[in-house]
Design a protein around this ligand. Structure first.
Ligand SMILES: [Fe+2]
Ligand SMILES: [Fe+2]
Length: 202
């Protein structure tokens, strides 16, 4: 993540919204894989596991971790995070759905029950993540940007930068985005506008 030291409050949290666009691309890939499963042309297990690794490594490791550890606590301390629990609860729910989805993969091609679990979990994950990203983009990021104040914004940015400098995380963002690009090429080709998975589409 590159952050300009001169970033104005108006775009201080651009990187959160930018990550959301990457997560939406991940959902488009998940939607294409889900369509394959639905039509009994499931993707290769390795591709499914790479996508799960992306949602865990990028979604949780690179993105939600920074919201949980730096953004949300500062908003809570400032008294401007009204529905404080919902965002953290969303992150937990998304992790649980990904665990359910992963558990269905080994027997996906031989077990109707596993196939059903995969379709249910991937649809629910798509619905939950789309709603979560919309809420953060429409409420959390603008509220933090305009109400948090310069000192707290600076602390959030410093925390996020330190997170990215941690040797455990260095280069992770770039690696996960590159892995997603390869999956998107495989699964979507020219149709980058594929829809995210939705439990309404069964
Ligand atoms: Fe987010
Ligand atoms: Fe989030």
């Amino acid at each position: 993540m590159v952050m300009s030291p001169n970033a104005l409050p108006a775009d201080a949290f651009w990187f959160f919204s930018n990550d959301h666009l990457t997560l939406q691309r991940g959902l488009a890939v998940l939607g294409a894989m889900r369509e394959g499963v639905r039509n009994r042309r499931p993707p290769q297990t390795a591709s499914l596991l790479t996508l799960i690794d992306f949602f865990r490594g990028f979604g949780d490791g690179c993105h939600h971790a920074k919201e949980d550890q730096f953004l949300l606590p500062e908003m809570k301390a400032a008294g401007i995070l009204r529905p404080t629990g919902s965002v953290v609860d969303d992150h937990h729910r998304l992790r649980d759905l990904m665990t359910t989805l992963e558990a269905s993969i080994p027997s996906l091609t031989v077990s109707p029950e596993s196939r059903r679990k995969f379709l249910d979990a991937s649809g629910a994950y798509g619905d939950a993540l789309v709603a979560h990203l919309q809420y953060e983009d429409s409420t959390i990021v603008p509220t933090a940007t305009f109400e948090l104040g310069p000192d707290r914004i600076a602390r959030v940015l410093a925390g996020c930068a330190a997170h990215d400098r941690n040797p455990e995380h260095t280069g992770a963002h770039t690696r996960y985005v590159a892995a997603l690009d390869r999956l998107a090429q495989q699964c979507l080709g020219a149709q980058m506008s594929a829809q995210p998975p939705s439990s309404a589409l069964r």
